[in-house]
Design a protein around this ligand. Sequence first.
Ligand code: F0G
Length: 371
Amino acid sequence: MTDTLSLSSSRSHVPLIERYRDRLPFAPEDPIVSLQEGSTPLLRAPVLSELVGASVRLKLEGANPTGSFKDRGMTCAVSAAVREGAKAVICASTGNTAGSAAAYAARAGITCAVIVPDGKIAEGKMAQTLIHGARVISLAGNFDQALKLVRELTESHPIVLVNSISEFRIEGQKTAAFELHEDLDGELDALCIPVGNAGNITSYWRGFCELGAAPRMYGFQAAGAAPLVAGHPVEHPETVASAIRIGHPVRGEDALAAAAESGGAIRAVSDEEILAAYRLLASREGMFCEPASAASVAGLLKYGAGGARRVVCVLTGRGIKDPQTAIEHNGGSVIPCAADIGAIEEAVLGPHPPGLQPAEAPAAPPSAAAR
Ligand code: F0G
């Protein structure tokens, strides 16, 4: 490897806590549980940029080791748990926190239990959580009920809660804002981000505030699970974006404060808008994210950039985590084919099935609508 190569690639080999130790609650002698998280790519999005009339980039948080942004917070939460001598961690989860907690607990050699809403977590997330050896409890209830129950449980048992109620999670996740600030030399006007339990938008805003930066924070909830837009908890949240199927976000107040203080907003996008953005990202930008992540782009397309010139959309998780939704909503179909050259010719060269057509471009968003 040449010097230049080793220099430019070295950052990704530094565990997140080491990279930002001076800004995180860890001393040099503390034990660190790391899977080399963070230092994720920031990808230009030419198609989106053209559509919204701004320079749009995608922060690829799915490039973290377990495929979502949760790893930034989890390296901190699990390292802190190990520092305290904990033997077990637990979380309620719509899937990604579960996968991340399970992986970091495995790495640390401690026990992990996760409580997930029955039948409502994507297949890839269930698979990774199980293979890491976590105890998976499928609750006859939703995420909000699961979180209430684990909070109660950890009050009377020596198990560390690693949901984003934990300050360590927020501390770890704020590092994504540091990376954006560095990568863009502080030149960022607006951030678009999906909102579920509202820990991530809270974290970014904390990170930006620590740097004295103030991009407008635009948070997007799924319309069927939009308590922060409605102004009250949602009893039965529903959305195709299972990761953000949350009706009572524990960091809701912080998220509203982040939006208000930055001059941004928390808004809703429909499942149809989420799926349209999901397909557009995959078919035009070459980026396969999970449906919840596409809410950030759906929001940008719906409400516009509000006059912002430089925008980042956070793609929080990898598409491959939720194969079922991609298979059900890709708009195309698999072509069956007999094993002979005539059939192959027809299949390859014949009329395009819908999924092979260039994706339809959504209407341009209102240019100054994101007030
Ligand atoms: N995007 C993805 C892919 C998520 O998994 C989540 C949350 C969010 C966005 C929203 O982030 O909750 O900090 O506002 N997933 C949690 C989980 C709830 O259990 O995996 P948030």
